[in-house]
Design a protein around this ligand. Sequence first.
Ligand SMILES: Nc1nc2c(ncn2[C@@H]2O[C@H](COP(=O)(O)OP(=O)(O)O)[C@@H](O)[C@H]2O)c(=O)[nH]1
Ligand SMILES: [Mg+2]
Length: 215
Amino acid sequence: MGSATSDPPAAAPPDATAPSGRKPLTDAAETGLKIVVVGGFGVGKTTLVRSVSEIRPLNTEEVMTQAGVGVDETGSVTAKTTTTVAFDFGRISLNDRMVLYLFGAPGQERFWFLWDRLFSGTLGAVVLVDTRRMDDSWYAIDRLEHHRTPFVVAVNRFDDDTARHSLDEIRQALALPDHVPLIDCDARVRTSGKTVLVTLVDHLYQLALAQESAS
Ligand SMILES: Nc1nc2c(ncn2[C@@H]2O[C@H](COP(=O)(O)OP(=O)(O)O)[C@@H](O)[C@H]2O)c(=O)[nH]1
Ligand SMILES: [Mg+2]
């Protein structure tokens, strides 16, 4: 997290309740781009937001209580003892003009009702995937497609990802169309997380160009 971790947030996030619909990239860049990081429980959303953020990320990690047993299934993610009950918030400047506001969305099924609100005003999303629990990504991809929110898919490679599914296999398993960028990442590593965000911004830029030339 580095030396900037004690800095307070310097700017308020864009209005999460703004009317939905895609903003022109140029307008949004003046105030910052809202990006949502989604994915299943324990896939590394909080870790990603934490590792790339310039401010001390706000998050609502809570120690999982006995009440969560059987509800929050840790499955193969046995080391995980906290769970996000609302969402993570962080910020990163990609260059002197472009600021990304990051929202890590809760992955558990019982928080899905929050998602539609969260996607309002969102320019793009990162879907984090853990190959040990690929099923958890389907709902996120489905909701993003439903909202027509552009997204990239990042595979967070855990140490015990012994099967090492190739990106092609993962693309097939998730039925991802060719135009959706799919990359590897390590959510714990800042440069890796930043590469994911740059991939998303590039993707948004290409879509904006294509839209412009079509109209
Ligand atoms: N080995 C390994 N552990 C990771 C990686 N990313 C996250 N973790 C750990 O996996 C656990 C779940 O991550 P977290 O960010 O809380 O998941 P979230 O529920 O999606 O927010 C935490 O204990 C992280 O430290 C990774 O790339 N490799
Ligand atoms: Mg979390």
